[in-house]
Design a protein around this ligand. Structure first.
Ligand code: NAI
Length: 333
């Protein structure tokens, strides 16, 4: 069977790491017709939008995309293309697994958790305005519908992947209404899944527990902003952004897979980026389209290369290039 998949190289190290992921997918023997689409900073300069309609239409048509990072200007300039893509495609669930990898030495050898981040609302609604000069209001939007939707996704994910516990992360002691609604929805959803253990934890304590005893966590579900921050913390626990994959899943099965890291302008275009995060995202993508065997083989090949420890990119303390790491993974397949 052949698959048509939208490919967005993106900015900075994006083209280098997407190229690496494409090579690894092709080495598994899975037949893919890549529909390459341009989005990002250069496209913004050319077309006045970082995400032209044809990119969105391609993903809607193919239902699956593999995406490199897209840069977002800080404090001004155009709004995030990543947020725009997630919104326009209604990719409401962001799934970020973090698992300790053999060969990567960290103080945390037994992390095996998944962060499920609500992707569509919260402070990411971008609703900000200046009330009077010197006073800014930024709106946090939380709805029952989105909370129930992400709650159900988290519990279903736990059931499907044989996981035991869901932890709802919140700050309902302060945001009694907004995070209170989130918690109420999580409790209601839990009643539909009595076989899964459920607990609640305040976000600041969660950070502390994550760096003290990360092995106590299984599936974690949270609003958008907490998810953004906590998932990077979790990436740090297992060895950094160069190793952490993610998926953005929509209601109708549309899905976009990308690394957690950004465009890394400091190392872009120098063949220095670690391609593993995007290669593992591609493995998640293959599992999503029913190519489980190929997905499994990629994960094992990455583990084998890391365990052998001979080929390491700069972020992992070595001096291998992106190409060398890619070729080592292909050889290990
Ligand atoms: P970043 O993730 O691009 O870089 C942070 C640090 O990690 C840098 O030192 C970088 O060299 C290193 N790094 C990141 N990925 C790496 C890899 N694969 N291999 C080796 N080292 C790696 O984060 P930063 O600097 O905060 O953001 C840069 C740009 O990326 C911004 O414009 C930001 O908006 C965008 N961004 C895009 C994301 C996306 O498209 N999903 C996600 C996060 C940031």
């Amino acid at each position: 069977m052949r698959h048509t998949i939208t490919l967005i190289p993106g900015d900075g190290i994006g083209p280098e790491v997407t190229q690496a992921a494409v090579r690894v997918v092709e080495a598994t023997g899975v037949k893919v017709d890549w529909e390459q689409m341009e989005a990002g900073t250069e496209v913004m300069t050319k077309y006045g939008t970082p995400v032209p309609d044809e990119v969105v239409n391609s993903i809607l048509r193919n239902r699956v995309a593999l995406k490199g990072p897209i840069a977002t200007p800080i404090g001004g300039g155009f709004a995030s293309a990543n947020v725009a893509l997630r919104k326009r495609l209604n990719l409401y669930a962001n799934v970020r697994p973090a698992r300790s990898l053999k060969g990567i030495h960290t103080p945390f050898p037994s992390v095996n958790l998944v962060v499920i981040r609500e992707n569509s609302e919260d402070l990411y609604s971008g609703l900000e305005h200046i009330v009077v000069p010197g006073v800014v209001e930024s709106l946090k939007i939380i709805t029952e519908a989105a909370c129930l939707r992400i709650g159900r996704f988290a519990f279903q994910y736990a059931v499907k992947h044989g996981r035991k516990k869901v932890t709802a992360v919140h700050k309902a002691n302060i945001m009694k209404l907004a995070d209170g609604l989130f918690l109420e929805c999580m409790r209601r959803t839990h009643r539909e899944y009595p076989g899964i253990e459920y607990e609640e934890m305040i976000v600041d304590n969660t950070c502390q527990q994550l760096v003290m005893r990360p092995e106590r966590f299984d599936v974690m579900v949270m609003e958008n902003l907490y998810g953004d921050i906590i998932s990077d913390l979790c990436a740090g626990l297992i060895g950094g952004l160069g190793l952490t994959p993610s998926a953005n899943i929509g209601e109708t099965g549309v899905a976009m897979f990308e690394a957690v890291h950004g465009s890394a302008p400091d190392i872009a275009g120098r063949n220095l980026a670690n391609p593993i995060a995007l290669i593992l995202s591609a493995a998640m993508m293959l599992a999503h389209i029913g190519e489980d065997q190929a997905a499994y083989r990629i994960e094992r090949a990455v583990e084998k290369v890391l365990e052998a420890g001979e080929v390491r990119t700069g972020d992992l303390g070595g001096n291998a290039t992106t190409t060398e790491m890619t070729e080592a993974i292909i050889a290990a397949l």
